[in-house]
Write a protein that binds this ligand. Structure first.
Ligand code: OSB
Ligand code: MG
Length: 369
């Protein structure tokens, strides 16, 4: 496969409801889409980085810059054996994994389309439906959160994740458990605690949580190992696991018992699959994380979540949980049983709606050399 041009498109789309984590409130997403043209077809990718460097150092702007100046020139006009070689072709560039993922994932879509097969099959996936889950942000009041939890449980979602931070934790969880004693519930702190909060963290053991995601600083695998040894509830790492190598270290150190795999965070589908394989070999279950993706990134997540070791419901929800109108047709939906159908059509299996994309485009550039 030979890529003869790459198009970068920056779009902006408001969320139907703000999303608040321990690092702030988001009202809309500004993201970079990547279109790779080769052998007569087009592959689509989405960079998951946000406007500001809060979750990671990458941003919409750094993705655009690094793709245009450094990454795209490394693959343009080259003969590629397939998408699986792209990550190594980009290895001279340090970090910027979300930018790399946008480009590599577009190549995966293109390769699958050229072969006439669905992306999940090309990745080696084995599920025809995947479980839905939802991640609920910090709200203005616990009542507002309760209302939302009730709604998603009634829609059949298989797991509810709620964001916590100091001051929005044990009281909120007590209220949740009073109303929903048996609900499959977990929490995500996005690194908002330190070991000084050990008393609060130990009390989290009382709420029958499936897991506690990223309670401590993203750079501290050792502190997470210390914490895990004092808790019954499994820890799950997100921000800390920036690569398959970091995943291996976290497992070795006992920093977590579960890993959240986000293809954007680790540099694309090939690295995500590698991390998945490492976890499988070490009997660490994984689930597919989300970054409030639009339809293209969501489609890549769905394909990834069909791999064998994705045994826990992740953060893949219906398109309308995030956006009034998604940029793909049909939108992602959750059925009565809380499942999401994996498309059987070639590539990502959803059709990007170019007219809708054009309407929300802020900037566009075609790179041919
Ligand atoms: O920590 O998992 C996270 C969204 C943006 C950045 C970080 C995170 C999240 C979510 C939402 O929790 C997941 C989703 O529904 O896409
Ligand atoms: Mg997280």
């Amino acid at each position: 496969m030979r890529i003869d041009r790459v198009e970068l498109i920056q779009i902006k789309l408001p969320l139907v409801h703000f999303f608040e984590t321990s690092f702030g409130r988001t009202y809309s997403r500004s993201i970079v889409l990547v279109k790779v043209y080769g052998d007569g077809l087009v592959g689509y990718g989405e960079c998951v980085a946000g406007k500001a460097p809060l979750y990671s150092y990458e941003t919409t702007e750094t993705c655009w810059y690094v793709l245009k100046e450094f990454l795209v020139p490394l693959v343009l006009k080259k003969e590629l054996a397939g998408a699986s070689v792209v990550y190594d072709m980009l290895s001279s560039i340090r970090g910027h994994r979300m930018a790399k993922a946008g480009l590599e994932n577009a190549c995966w879509d293109l390769e699958a389309k050229l072969r006439g097969m669905p992306l999940f099959r090309l990745l080696g996936g084995e599920r025809l439906t995947i479980s839905s889950g939802v991640s609920l942000g910090i709200e203005d009041s616990p009542d507002e959160l309760l209302r939302r939890v009730e709604y998603y449980l009634s829609r059949g979602y298989h797991r509810i994740k709620v964001k916590i931070k100091p001051g929005w934790d044990t009281d909120v969880l007590s209220a949740l458990r009073q109303h929903f004693p048996k609900a499959p519930l977990m929490v995500d702190a996005n690194g908002a605690y330190t070991l000084k909060d050990i008393d609060t963290l130990k009390r989290l053991d009382d709420y029958h949580l499936m897991m506690i995601e990223q309670p401590l600083h993203y750079e501290d695998l050792a502190d997470h190992a210390r914490l895990q040894s004092q808790l019954r509830t499994p820890l799950c790492l997100d921000e800390s696991i920036t690569s398959p190598r970091q995943g291996e270290r976290a497992i070795e150190l006992g920093s977590c018992r579960i890993i959240n795999i986000k293809q954007g965070r680790v540099g694309g589908l090939s690295q995500a699959k590698l991390l998945h394989d490492i976890c499988l070999a070490n009997r660490i279950p994984v689930w597919c994380g989300g970054m409030l993706e639009l339809g293209i990134g969501r489609a890549h997540n769905i394909a990834l979540a069909t791999l064998k070791n994705f045994t826990l419901p992740g953060d893949i929800s219906a398109s309308d949980r995030y956006y009034k109108e998604d940029i793909i047709d049909p939108p992602v939906t959750v059925d009565r049983n809380g499942n999401i159908r994996v498309p059987a059509e070639p590539g990502i299996g959803f059709l990007p709606n170019q007219m809708r994309i054009d309407r929300i485009t802020a900037r566009r550039e075609v790179i041919t050399e």
